[in-house]
Unconditional design. Structure first.
Length: 297
């Protein structure tokens, strides 16, 4: 009797042990699947934020046909921003609020990388004295992810120029300060300022908070621009790259156009020797299924 009881207990313990192992392996498999999917999804977000996605729409000198094609797709696109010798080379959109383009691209499609957009309180024709443009701070220098580089004085000196295409014309930009502040700084996020006193006060406040600053001729009559993005250095922190519009153009030679593959909302595909194009997500699920199967066996 005792021997039978011992055998029964051993059988139960072995069964419980195997069940526990199986549960752990299944959990591990799903964790592997979730991690792989997260990496895949992050890759889509980064690729959707690449400036190359919009290269075919980039306005050329004295030729805005391609830009007009973009505006035909999304009439809320109002400009094209280029910061010379940086990855910032994007169309600029403007909605009737500051929420839409946080997760909508310039083509009007949903994407977590969003778009560069003009503050809805600014005029779409850039006639305000102070204009604010927003963009996500992303890794790989995407969107406004390169603004942090301007905390280096040498980088500011060597990357001080850009271009803003709007109203069918190019307009030069000269950047002179990188400010670290918070999202509630009304002295710098000062849309609506127009008097000489207000502009000079704005410049004084910027100079006081500037991490880097380059001396240039500034006046109350200039039109100013803030390129705003997030930073984790302080609570609700923001990097503000400040520039002014100039009559002198600082056009950058565009790179050779590349064939654009729309990847913002599609599926990544592998094209290796001997393999047809197969969605990456298929490989991920196949791998997870294999791990689960081996676990069960």
């Amino acid at each position: 009797m005792e021997i039978a009881l011992i055998k029964t207990c051993r059988f139960i313990l072995k069964a419980l042990d195997r069940i526990t192992d199986l549960v752990l392996y299944v959990i591990l498999s799903f964790a592997l699947l979730f991690g792989a999917y997260s990496i895949w999804e992050s890759g889509l977000v980064y690729r959707a934020a690449e400036a190359d996605n919009y290269t075919v729409y980039r306005p050329a000198e004295n030729d805005s046909i391609s830009f007009d094609e973009l505006r035909a797709i999304n009439p809320e696109v109002v400009a094209w921003l280029t910061v010379n010798d940086t990855p910032i080379d994007y169309p600029v959109a403007r909605a009737d609020n500051n929420d839409k383009y946080v997760n909508t691209n310039a083509l009007g499609e949903y994407t977590l990388s969003g778009a560069i957009f003009l503050d809805y309180r600014n005029s779409a024709d850039f006639t305000d004295q102070l204009n604010i443009l927003y963009g996500h701070y992303m890794e790989k220098k995407l969107m406004f992810g390169s603004l942090g580089d301007y905390t280096d004085q040498r980088f500011l000196e060597e990357h001080a120029y850009g271009n803003l295409f709007y109203d069918g014309q190019n307009h030069g930009l000269e950047f002179f300060a990188l400010v670290l502040t918070d999202a509630y700084d009304q002295d710098l996020y000062a849309i609506g300022i127009s008097t000489e006193e207000e502009i000079l006060q704005f410049l004084d406040d910027a100079r006081e908070l500037a991490v880097t600053w380059r001396d240039t001729d500034l006046s109350a009559g200039d039109r100013y621009y803030l390129l705003s993005t997030c930073t984790t250095e302080i609570t609700n922190g923001r990097y503000l790259l400040i520039g002014r519009e100039t009559e002198e153009l600082h056009l950058q030679e565009p790179e050779e156009p590349v064939e654009i593959v729309r990847r913002g909302s599609g599926t990544d595909r592998l094209t290796t020797d001997g393999l047809n194009a197969v969605p990456v997500i298929v490989w991920i699920f196949a791998l997870a299924a294999l791990v689960i199967l081996l676990t069960i066996l």
